[in-house]
Design a binder for this molecule. Structure first.
Ligand code: TRP
Length: 385
């Protein structure tokens, strides 16, 4: 336990409900790859949360199933290396569901309903007259199992996941105080900058979302990216080139701050040294949106090209990708099994491995049998007399 607590272990995951887009990339994927390559963690796990995806897609398991491979392709093409990061599929590690069951007894219904992420979803469903699957209500508990099964210390996720981490740590503390030090508490790691926290959609809406059709996908080809950027929402008050423009809240500039480096300027637009200079010109007036968008498309395609190339290679060998997932899942299961054994031991459910328990119970029965025999012998003797 002491040793485990000193280890730095990272775990995070995504629901496989669609291909990943550049919002996922700047919000989390890019960071994971950087963390992986910096080598600061003892163990790294990235999970495809298919079981969690089913909590609100029970009617469409094919969608979840078909997106497992898409998310795996996105991970690998973004640069996650299965040699360094264990990539696995949630449902293939059933130990997680055993932990979930034990944790469910430590959480009240009202606490679950108060979880802000769950709460807003519940309200939306109530509004739409939709009922709520119990599995959905309980998914924060299952997420606590995902995290604790690996003795995770760091969970890189978006702000919307903060209530999950908080609830996970509540479960950890409750478990440890009831059954002794068993589970490791974790810390959230939020995205580093504002643009990365929430990349808006190409239509300027607050969030990229498949259902709004405002996403640029990691797997989009160069022409598609160019086309999507061309039709992007910008500053609606910037009508003529001479007009002064607004960069704040302007999705084109938000994307640029998330992606454009000084090198990109040197290569594609040497008239400006960096984004600050470009912004100053746009705000002054005299800079048209077409030129800025052309630059953004160049920047995005420069970032996405190596990702597309890697994806293409993996797409030619789907069987190999499933093999990577199978091997990762076996590795994850071995680790989760150790945690489950520790949990069972501290709960006292380790019947078959607990020699002391077996001997103690045997002794008690032996003693009882002996007493019974003695009593029977005594009664028999009394009868004779
Ligand atoms: N809830 C996360 C999401 O919707 C996915 C997830 C499941 C996760 N289990 C996790 C993230 C454990 C971090 C740790 O994106």
């Amino acid at each position: 336990m002491e040793e485990q607590q000193q280890k730095k272990i990272m775990l995070t995951g995504d629901r496989p409900t669609g291909r990943l887009h550049i919002g996922h990339y700047v919000g989390s994927l890019r960071r994971r790859v950087e963390l992986q390559n910096a080598g600061g963690f003892d163990e790294m796990y990235v999970m495809i949360a298919d079981t969690q995806a089913l909590t609100d897609n029970a009617g469409n398991p094919q969608k979840v199933r078909d997106n497992v491979i898409e998310v795996a392709l996105d991970y690998l093409s973004a640069g996650l290396d299965p040699e360094k990061t264990t990539i696995f599929v949630q449902s293939r590690v059933p130990e997680l569901f055993e932990l979930t069951c034990y944790y469910l007894d430590l959480v009240t219904l009202s606490r679950l309903e108060r979880n802000p992420t769950v709460k807003s979803e519940l309200q939306m469903r109530a509004f739409n007259n939709e009922s709520i699957p119990a599995g959905f209500l309980c998914y924060p508990v299952s997420q606590a199992a995902d995290i604790t099964a690996f003795d995770t210390t760091i969970v890189p996720v978006g702000e919307d996941q903060a209530p999950m981490i908080e609830q996970c740590n509540e479960i950890v503390h409750k478990f440890n105080s009831m059954y002794g030090e068993t589970l490791v508490p974790c810390k959230i790691m939020l995205p580093e900058n504002e643009a990365a926290r929430r990349l808006p959609g190409t239509d300027g809406k607050a969030k990229m979302s498949k259902s709004l059709g405002n996403c640029i996908y990691l797997s989009d080809d160069a022409k598609t990216v160019e086309q999507k950027v061309k039709t992007m929402f910008t500053d609606p008050t910037h009508l003529k080139v001479e007009d002064p423009g607004h960069t704040e809240g302007n999705p084109v500039f938000i994307y640029l701050s998330a992606f454009a480096t000084d090198e990109h300027f040197a290569r594609f637009w040497p008239e400006y040294k960096n984004l600050d200079e470009l912004k100053a010109h746009y705000e002054r007036g005299g800079l048209g949106d077409v030129a800025v968008k052309k630059f953004l498309a160049n920047v995005l395609n420069d970032v996405l090209e190596p990702i597309r190339q890697r994806r293409h290679k993996y797409e030619e060998n789907i069987e190999e990708v499933y093999k990577i997932l199978a091997e990762g899942s076996a590795k994850a299961q071995a680790k989760a099994h150790e945690t489950v054994m520790r949990v069972r031991r501290n709960l006292g459910l380790n019947y078959f491995e607990n020699r002391k328990l077996i001997e103690k119970q045997q002794k008690a029965y032996n003693k009882a049998h002996k007493e019974e025999e003695a009593r029977a012998a005594f009664l028999a003797k009394q009868k004779k007399n």
